[in-house]
Write a protein that binds this ligand. Structure first.
Ligand code: HPA
Length: 237
């Protein structure tokens, strides 16, 4: 038990999917897992454990943003022994090549957050995905005919920028950063710190260049594709 999680040791599987939204965690558990049992409901940040294709797997909501995700991820790793963490989320698009509904595998995650700052030296740590998870996700996505992009994600602490459109993102789009969300860099940093594996998979839902947004119907199908991909990777990790 922790201040944010009343699950008992052993309640989580070694592999956990991490949506931001608690109701998406519930939807994943009810839609994809067999025998899913609730394991956490503190602050309504819901967590479940069940099986997928006979393998034990969990899903835990992280809330929005890097501070919130960091609390849940820190505790999953250090109090519950979780070894593989796969974020399943949505992101904004920063590159015209990435279309609404495409899936981004965050090969790396740039950030404006102080959360990954090295307080002991002048370094900017480069948070990266676990290569094995990234490779598995890319191969499985290709086999399933899913349109994916592997590249650099921005994990920002700011959703509403003062500047319009791409202006708030500085040089990042010019440096090939393809999407923006709010969690992956902290996930990768904690995974590196504690020697576990992490990957962030995000469906692009709103393009910051064209203003195009995903429709409600397409959102559901796209999320289904992304969650299936994440589960297939999780059970083999
Ligand atoms: N910005 C940050 N996070 C997001 C966005 C965005 O535009 N879309 C989905 N998650």
């Amino acid at each position: 038990m922790t201040p944010h999680n009343h699950a008992q040791p052993g309640d989580y599987a070694e592999a956990v999917l991490l949506p931001g939204d608690p109701l998406r965690a519930k939807w994943i558990a009810e839609t994809f897992l067999t025998d899913a049992k609730p394991v956490n409901s503190v602050r309504n940040c819901l967590g479940f454990t069940g099986t997928y294709k006979g393998k034990r797997v969990s899903v835990q909501a992280t809330g929005m943003g890097q501070p919130s995700l960091s609390i849940y991820v820190h505790e999953l790793i250090n109090s519950y022994g979780v070894k593989t963490l796969i974020r399943v989320g949505t992101c904004g698009g920063l590159n015209a090549r990435v279309k609404v509904r495409d899936v981004i595998l965050a090969q790396a995650a740039s950030t404006d957050s102080a959360i990954v700052k090295d307080r002991f030296g002048p370094y900017n740590f480069a948070p990266i995905a676990d290569f094995g998870l990234l490779r598995a996700a890319a191969e499985k996505a290709e086999a399933a005919g899913l349109k994916i992009h592997a590249g650099n994600m921005l994990s920002s602490d700011i959703f509403y920028h003062r500047e319009p459109g791409l202006e708030g993102y500085g040089l990042l789009p010019d440096h090939g950063v393809i999407g923006v969300e709010m969690e992956a860099a902290a996930l990768y940093t904690l995974a590196a710190r504690f020697g576990v594996k992490a990957l962030a998979i995000c469906t692009m839902t709103d393009c910051l260049i064209t203003g195009e947004e995903i429709s409600a119907d397409a959102r559901q199908t796209s999320l289904t594709d992304m969650v299936t991909l994440a589960l297939e990777v999780a059970i083999e990790a």
